[in-house]
Design a protein around this ligand. Structure first.
Ligand SMILES: *Cc1c(COP(=O)(O)O)cnc(C)c1O
Length: 416
């Protein structure tokens, strides 16, 4: 694997660092700092410039003709991409160990872009049912308008998924870990299921990141991330990415150029900047998640903790086999608490901020009943596995002792 991509972009004329034979492939931090970038950048700058351009110029008419006829790699118009975006795409492909990464303006734009490219009227998709509610909503409410059928089977029930496959099935979709229950998928089994039936597979690995999970190596066709979360990492941007083979991604890139769900140059720079510390941040998120989960599991006011790094978690064995760490998200139930007593715990914390999202340096806390499922019926919440006393804590990179002391005082603050 070469550290710096060999893509023949206009500003990438530097000699590419070759693998010296026998060397280990670069580590994730080396990749997140250097991969995808030119060794020599405009203005001798160490950082990539932000090209604030909506369009790109041609020297003369012949240059346009050459660009088209020779299929040259260069910029043309901002909706088809920008130089910074290509740098981040090469970096993310290197981090994921995939051939081609394609950036979108959000995780949902990436999901919509991929499904709109791949699915036709009459096609079917099958989901494991614990999933990001907007992904489900897009399929059930919107893809259905174009004649695409969505089937859901219980998370982790591979036999049910296999039984739901028909000749019309085009895509198997799962998250791993899922949100907010943090169930983990046996990726090789999932990928094998798709391969045996000639159906492509998609894993939304937003909660795991390429630090904790390697879906491409397990044979999964597409990996999707909301880069808004751990990849950006600072709660200051929205972006999404899909990674897959070049052959599979080319048509998705073409549709993105028509949809226009692209990132502006400044946003892409924020993502590039955030990615530099990716591995360091993940190590701390993993450490905080594990320590907070262990603290909560031993707390008398906690009924149950969902964290794949705990032996009590139903998916702990699969998580141990497939994951390097278990991330910063910890879900728990407050013992003998109705929704109000649960809200009191949320309102009593002093460090985590009350907000949706996860994966940034700041810890965030929410009660799923109120934040994402308020408009659902009680039956729907039960079906999605969202009890009233559930709290979802997304550990940031603060010090674990401080987070634990804060949770301790919040759980003790029972009545005033
Ligand atoms: C946040 C999230 C998304 C959606 O990403 P956006 O960047 O908010 O559009 C999709 N899947 C998972 C698992 C997420 O956490």
């Amino acid at each position: 694997m070469s550290l710096v991509d060999t893509a023949k972009s206009d500003n990438d004329r530097s000699p590419t660092r070759k693998d010296s034979s026998g060397d280990l492939p670069p580590g994730l931090s080396t990749l997140s700092v250097h991969a995808g970038e030119s060794r020599h950048k405009p203005g001798d700058s160490i950082t990539d410039p932000i090209f604030c351009a909506s369009t790109y110029t041609f020297a003369d008419t012949q240059s346009i003709i050459d660009y088209i006829e020779q299929d040259q790699t260069r910029e043309e118009y901002g909706r088809y991409g920008n130089p910074g975006e290509r740098v981040v795409e090469r970096k993310l492909a290197a981090l994921e160990g995939g051939e081609e990464a394609l950036l979108f303006s959000s995780g949902m734009a990436a999901f919509v872009g991929l499904l709109m490219t791949k699915l036709n009227t009459g096609d079917e998709v099958i989901f494991f049912d614990e999933c990001y509610h907007r992904s489900r909503e897009f399929c059930k409410k919107h893809m259905s308008r174009f004649g695409v059928v969505t089937r859901q089977v219980p998370t982790g029930d591979y036999a049910a998924m296999e039984a739901a496959i028909t000749p019309q099935t085009k895509l198997l979709i799962s998250e791993s870990p899922t949100n907010p229950q943090l169930s983990c998928i046996d990726l090789e089994r999932f990928a094998d299921l798709g391969r045996r039936h000639g159906v492509e597979t998609l894993i939304d690995a937003t909660l795991a990141t390429p630090y904790n999970l390697r879906p491409i190596a397990a044979g999964v066709d597409y990996v999707l991330h909301s880069a808004t979360k751990y990849l950006g990492g600072h709660n200051d941007l929205l972006a999404g990415v899909v990674i897959g083979s070049k052959e599979n991604m080319d048509p998705v890139r073409n549709l993105r150029g028509i949809m226009g769900a692209v990132n502006g140059p400044q946003n892409v720079y924020l993502l590039l900047r955030g990615l530099k510390t990716f591995e360091l941040r993940m190590q701390r998120h993993n450490e905080n998640g594990q320590r907070v989960a262990e603290f909560l599991e031993n707390h008398p006011r906690v009924e149950r903790v969902y964290y794949p790094g705990l032996p009590s978690h139903p998916y702990h064995e699969i998580a141990k086999q497939t994951m390097r760490g278990y991330g910063g998200l910890v879900t728990f139930l407050v013992k003998d608490a109705d929704w109000k007593a649960t809200a009191k715990v949320v309102d009593s914390v002093r460090i985590p901020r009350i907000a949706p999202s996860l994966g940034g340096v700041e810890s965030l806390i929410e009660q799923p009943l109120v934040m994402s499922y308020y408009e659902c019926t009680a039956e729907e919440r039960q079906q999605y596995g969202i009890p009233d006393n559930m709290i979802r804590l997304a550990c940031g990179i603060e010090n674990a002792e401080d987070l634990i002391a804060d949770l301790s005082q919040a759980l003790d603050n029972k009545d005033d």
